[in-house]
Design a protein around this ligand. Structure first.
Ligand code: MRU
Length: 346
């Protein structure tokens, strides 16, 4: 891949600015955790695994800058850093997973001097980023066999290299099938209101020379009915114990359309996206974003001023619509409750 989504360089966090793609490929530098928190909130970086990595790097920056004479003061301030990062976006569980992992590592090394703890946290954040890349490749290799030669794959939103440390989850499956020599094509839903499909998925697939066709969201059903789509692969922001899956708004409609047209609908996600503490998707918190994402397009009003608006950023697809959940440890099908538990060794 010819871009880096996020990296730790010279004690700063560097991110490609996803609000400016595809027009400009600009890399922002963040020198403190507040900047990272703002970048997550402002969608400079987005996508569940990528914001998990960003949050972990944010914790490492925060830890580096804490001024403390005692361990007690250091850990109190570290909790505050974590709380601020945790308040950025509510749905993708990877954010909380990344923060929790950093807290756990800090606590496990609580007997060391503060500079050693800071260094350990920096190393942990960097290894979360590197692991994510390996995990995406493993998801790709488990998922690629599900994509047949010559298939047209529909995807929604961006679950690609831009949504992870690189390679992607849903797009990881697509990349792996493409790398295996299969002649596949992708249909990318534009994904209103934020246009992750048009702006990001189309951009990164074109960069990799993977054939991609952009459609607006309301066209997916028609192409399915005409027999032009062979399968759907999407990412996930949080998967409950029963397999219900939160992903970008519009995913549920795609899943229902896929069922109606007897097209397999797959979810690709790392184990860090599982939240087995939630029994079903009803318990997943859904982010509501600003109304101007709906009333405006590229800064221009497309609706009458003052109109009432709703803008949920995610929806939940019931497990019964999902043909398989593709993870780095394999594909879970059928009884998700048992299969997901087995996967995490519970
Ligand atoms: O609001 P976003 O752009 O962060 O939403 C992203 C998605 O819904 C992705 O499909 C999901 O995070 C999976 S990314 C591998």
């Amino acid at each position: 891949m010819s871009f880096r989504t996020i990296e730790w360089r010279d004690d700063k966090v560097i991110m490609i600015d996803q609000t400016r793609l595809p027009a400009e490929e600009v890399y922002n530098e963040y020198a403190d955790f507040q900047g990272v928190a703002e970048a997550i909130r402002g969608m400079i970086i987005r996508g569940a695994p990528a914001i998990g990595v960003a949050a972990a790097m944010g914790v490492a920056l925060g830890a580096r800058d804490i001024i403390a004479d005692t361990h007690e003061s250091f850990f109190r301030q570290l909790d505050n850093v974590c709380d601020i990062l945790a308040r950025t976006r509510p749905t993708a569980v990877n954010l909380f997973w990344g923060i929790e992992r950093m807290k756990r590592v800090a606590r496990a090394n609580g007997d060391k001097d503060l500079n050693s703890i800071r260094a350990i946290l920096k190393a942990e954040a960097i290894s979360i980023e590197q692991e994510d890349l390996r995990i995406c490749r493993a998801i790709g290799s488990h998922g690629a066999p599900l994509i047949r030669e010559g298939a047209t794959v529909l995807t929604h939103c961006n679950a690609g290299g831009l949504a992870t440390a690189g390679y992607g989850t849903a797009l990881g499956v697509i990349r792996a099938a493409h790398e295996a020599g299969k002649k596949i094509r992708v249909f990318a839903d534009e994904t209103r209101p934020w246009l992750q499909g048009a702006r990001l998925t189309a951009w990164e697939l074109m960069k990799d020379n993977i054939p991609v066709t952009l459609i607006s969201d309301n066209m997916a059903g028609w192409f399915m009915k005409k027999g032009e789509i062979d399968c759907v692969v999407v990412g996930a922001d949080r998967i409950a114990a029963n397999g219900d899956t939160a992903n970008k708004i519009g995913t549920y409609s795609v899943a229902v359309l896929a069922r109606e047209n007897r097209i397999p609908f797959y979810v690709a996600a790392p184990i860090s996206t599982l939240d087995l503490s939630l029994r079903s998707g009803d318990e997943i918190p859904i982010e509501e974003r600003h109304s101007n994402e709906v009333t405006h397009l590229a800064g221009r009003a497309i609706a009458p001023e003052g109109v009432a608006v709703r803008n949920p950023a995610f929806d939940v697809t019931p497990a019964r619509y999902i043909a398989g959940i593709i993870t780095e440890k394999g594909v879970v099908r059928g009884d998700y409750e048992a299969g997901l538990k087995r996967l995490v060794g519970q």
